[in-house]
Design a protein around this ligand. Structure first.
Ligand code: GDP
Length: 304
């Protein structure tokens, strides 16, 4: 039910539009499809993914022509879920820490303001609650405020933060963090990196260097790279996903601020387009407001 709460705005908008689009209709005609297309695009599902969904529905309804509103809802729900399960790489779950990996290293990337620090704090809280020993690293060294904010979260959660001064070399901070984690026998390291989208080559070089230096301490690190995107920014989120996936191997996504937007459909589009599982969604500013993304629940919640 927290999921529903966090997504109230998206739901209200999507469902009321959908209800209008199919009100009194017993047939999926061109008008219904046009309306549906508009609803999906205005929910920020993205053009490519919207067209895929429309095509699936067109194919499906030519077989069973006459439908009530409920059945139409049902078909939409099934086709959107179907698209996500076919195109996504398996079932997204929370990060699972392999028993034989210690420390497990999670590198977090994303531009400033998307909710990267908050997401790291929420994740650290979840891991700690599960009994893991967590160490954070402030390798986003470009803004002093970013380091301070991460310190606030580290204190709130009660985990150590390794940091240097603003402007120091991100790779050096990452190195220190891993060394500190190893010496403390920590289970999980979360490294905050790359808040700037300078240019593509710089971004790639910076992330590559951070990785290379980390691997001097923990050979196969990072074990995961989490890209944080702000779900309320629509096409900007798509653009950032494009740039970061080109610069480094992103293994999972977190989409934040879905509580403040009517555009929750962005999760469907991003997941489809980039073939990277959305693992977490942010649905508020509080420490508990990070949820494991379940695509079936998510799609279902839009039709309730
Ligand atoms: P960063 O610059 O990417 O590290 O962003 P921050 O973590 O500092 O977050 C920027 C702002 O977004 C802060 O005011 C956060 O409280 C807020 N924020 C982060 N995640 C969420 C979320 O899921 N929902 C809401 N409503 N606000 C969020």
């Amino acid at each position: 039910e927290t999921l529903d709460k966090g997504l109230e705005k998206s739901k209200a908008s999507f469902f009321s539009k959908l209800t209008k689009a199919v009100a009194g209709k017993s047939k999926v005609d061109v008008e219904v499809l046009d309306n549906l297309e508009e609803i999906l695009i205005s929910s920020d599902v993205g053009v490519n993914t919207t067209l895929k969904i429309i095509t699936r529905i067109e194919k499906r309804v030519s077989e069973d022509k006459y439908l009530g509103t409920d059945e139409l809802n049902q078909i939409l729900r099934e086709e959107i879920s179907g698209l996500l399960s076919e195109t996504n790489l398996g079932e997204a779950t929370e990060f699972v820490i392999p028993i034989n990996v210690k420390p497990y290293v999670l590198m977090v990337v994303g531009v400033n303001g998307v909710g990267k620090t908050t997401t790291i704090g929420k994740l650290a809280y979840q891991f700690k609650k599960q009994g893991y020993k967590v160490v954070l690293g402030a390798a986003d060294t470009f803004r002093a405020a970013a380091i301070d904010q991460l310190q606030v979260w580290a204190d709130r959660v009660g985990v150590p933060l390794v940091k240097q001064q603003m402007g120091s070399d991100p790779a050096s901070v990452a190195f220190d963090t891993l060394q500190s984690a190893v010496s403390q026998n920590a289970d999980i390291v979360i490294i905050d990196t790359a808040g700037r989208l300078h240019n593509k080559v710089n971004l790639m070089n910076e992330l590559t260097k951070v990785k290379r230096v980390m691997q001097k301490v923990v050979a196969d690190s990072p074990h995961d790279v989490l890209l944080v995107l702000d779900g309320s920014t629509g096409q900007n989120a798509f653009e950032q996903a494009k740039q970061f996936t080109a610069a480094t191997e992103v293994t999972s996504l977190a989409v934040t601020k879905l509580d403040g937007t009517a555009k929750g459909g962005v999760v469907i589009g991003i997941s489809d387009q980039f073939q990277i599982p959305v693992k977490y969604i942010g649905v508020g500013e509080g420490i508990e407001d990070l949820q494991v993304f379940n695509k079936y629940e998510f799609v279902d919640s839009f039709f309730k």
